[in-house]
Design a protein around this ligand. Structure first.
Ligand code: DHB
Ligand code: MG
Length: 219
């Protein structure tokens, strides 16, 4: 096989069909997101399941998500925190939050999910800490701000995940003028240099092209 975006997608679809399968609540959430005109930039199915597994593997009961969009990743994580677990998810756009609220409730995990509407930089200082897992998936320009809050609102052992760290390989381009690339590179440098974090990153290819995820532990 040639390494082409089309073949990455086919292999990702194969893995999703095999290991994730079909789920009417998650698919309804994506359909509602699409129908409402939100961008199709939610995590891939295999990545949604990765988030679900990371919550369960780490035993996280309090999860913080920065960037709700239509609630797809939120549902994956809310299912993993258990009956008594909670997900606080921050969304800047109230229209997105309304779509997410309906889909999360329809998926039967509404009582576990607290959606906070506002710019994350404004909402984060209002939160009570103690989060066991933080998923950062919002405006890439603010990744260092979000990482700083993840460290403040977590504890030693908290898992921190940053979406979209691959950016078509542009992360190596120190002359990039793309604000998302610059924000992503700044976040990666912070994960490397800030002693509060111990981190790695994985590149991915698949339905979302050439991208990746950083995974860190608060030490
Ligand atoms: C974009 C944002 C995301 O979180 C993502 O997963 C893919 C793309 C974007 O802003 O373009
Ligand atoms: Mg993302």
């Amino acid at each position: 096989m040639d390494s082409t975006p089309q073949n990455w997608r086919a292999a990702d679809d194969f893995l999703s069909d095999l290991l994730v399968g079909h789920d009417s609540d998650l698919e309804a959430a994506l359909a509602a997101q699409h129908a409402a005109g939100l961008p199709d930039i939610e995590v891939a199915p295999v990545a949604g399941k990765l988030l679900n597994l990371l919550v369960r593997m780490s035993g996280a009961r309090r999860v913080l998500e920065i960037g709700t969009l239509g609630g797809y990743s939120t549902i994956w994580m809310a299912r993993a925190v258990g009956e008594e677990g909670r997900v606080v998810t921050i969304e800047a756009e109230s229209a997105n939050a309304a779509v997410a609220r309906a889909s999360i409730d329809a998926a039967g995990v509404g009582e576990r999910v607290d959606i906070r509407i506002g710019r994350a930089a404004d909402v984060l200082p209002t939160l009570v800490g103690g989060f066991d897992l933080v998923f950062i998936d919002a405006d890439k320009e603010s990744n260092t701000i979000y990482l700083d809050w993840a460290a403040k609102l977590g504890h030693p052992g908290t898992v921190v995940i940053v979406d979209n760290i691959g950016r078509d390989g542009e992360i190596v381009n120190d002359a990039s003028t793309d604000s998302k690339v610059i924000g992503t590179r700044d976040g990666l440098r912070m994960l490397a240099g800030d002693p509060r974090f111990d981190a790695t990153a994985l590149q991915t290819v698949g339905v979302k092209g050439w991208d990746g995820v950083a995974i860190a532990l608060l030490v």
